[in-house]
Design a protein around this ligand. Structure first.
Ligand code: UFG
Length: 337
């Protein structure tokens, strides 16, 4: 299939591009590089043996988006592009609504105009709001911050479009906590600022860029008191996207929702200790107060994706830590060196 990948230079997007090319698909990237760097493109070429065409513009630009769809005969879109920092979304709600909804409007308009019927959408467990433990896809959706609401709203927009255009096929993929890196160590997560998320923060402590990890609360109702999450290796997540894309060819349903997670929970301290094993030494940390808005536990019920996509996670927490460390130790400053 000829597939447009929005946000294809970003963390999850770049790993999915590799997997798509390996599966024989023809990939085109569109990315405005607001949270990615062009250096990833050379790494992708080295990994795949193919120069991946990349269009550098903002999808909220309807004219440029329309022009791209007129020039290329896409058969499907995987839509990653979007702002994704929870705290920033609380401070800048209009930026989040404008960017995340605007890019989706632009894409859906162009898809309709050019009869592109398949869209795989990068949604999130955040649509389960405060109710993320053991979530099945039929659980009611709501959010606790503007970022989360943009995901809930984009899902709703796609459902409404599917009613009006029943030939459309949507995959709404609700990810849990993506971590890890390509096993080559050549592509990985490269936060442009202080990492918000646990795994990149631990990796930067290990490589000496941050002094110590702050563990946000040890008084949750979890086995060791620290927050529990369902970490999913980005390579498993990438495989889930390819499986979803291919499933859209055989499904009768216009809207298909799939949780992508392992179904297993890992605490902050368990992840830290697994990372220490990968690095071969202890890492400094301190327990501090809870981070506002955090839930105690979040983990998927992935049974629907397992059955319908013939997909399941294969990588362990040890793999996630080893691969993150390989990426971080080979690229201490990320793509900058
Ligand atoms: N944590 C720390 N210290 C840190 C960073 C995180 O202790 O420096 C803890 C958090 O309190 C939490 C766990 O590590 O218990 C995981 O936190 P992350 O920030 O890595 O991930 P979240 O589960 O908070 O957020 C992720 C995505 C969001 C998405 C959400 C879905 O980053 O985009 O899952 O609910 F909205």
């Amino acid at each position: 299939m000829k597939v447009l990948v929005s946000g294809g230079a970003g963390y999850i997007g770049s790993h999915t591009v590799v997997r798509l090319v390996e599966a024989g698909h023809d990939v085109v990237i569109v990315d405005n590089f607001s949270n990615a760097v062009p250096a990833v493109l050379g790494r992708l070429e080295a990994l795949t043996g193919t120069a991946i065409p990349c269009h550098a513009f903002d999808l909220t630009d309807h004219d440029k988006t329309a022009h791209l769809f007129a020039a290329e005969a896409f058969e499907a879109v995987i839509h990653f592009a979007g702002y994704k920092a929870v705290g920033e979304s609380v401070a800048k709600p209009l930026d989040y609504y404008e960017n995340n909804l605007g890019s989706t409007f632009s894409l859906l308009r162009a898809m309709q105009r050019h009869d592109v019927t398949k869209l795989v959408f990068s949604s999130s467990a955040t649509v389960y709001g405060t109710d993320q433990a053991g979530a099945t896809e039929d659980r009611r959706t709501f959010a606790t911050n503007p970022y989360g609401w943009t995901k809930v709203m984009q899902e709703q927009i796609m459902r409404d479009v599917a009613v009006a255009s029943p030939e459309m096929r949507f995959a709404l993929l609700r990810y849990f906590n993506p971590v890890g890196a390509h096993p080559s160590g050549t592509i990985g997560e490269d936060p442009s600022d202080v990492p918000n998320n646990l795994m990149p923060y631990i990796a930067q402590v290990a490589v000496g860029r941050r002094e110590k990890l702050q563990v946000f609360g040890d008084d949750y109702d979890t086995p060791d008191g620290t927050g529990v999450r369902d970490y999913i290796h980005v390579a498993d997540l990438a495989a889930g996207h390819v499986a979803a894309l291919e499933a859209l060819d055989r499904t009768q349903d216009a809207v298909n929702v799939w949780n992508l997670g392992s179904g297993r929970g890992t605490s902050v301290l368990e992840l830290l200790h697994a990372f220490e094993k990968a690095v071969g030494r202890d890492l400094p940390y301190e327990i501090v107060g809870r981070r506002p808005g955090d839930v105690a536990s979040s983990y998927a019920d992935p049974a629907k994706a397992n059955a319908e996509l013939h997909w399941r996670t294969e990588k362990s927490v040890e793999d996630m830590c080893a691969d993150t460390w390989r990426w971080q130790s080979q690229n201490p400053q990320g793509y900058a060196g």
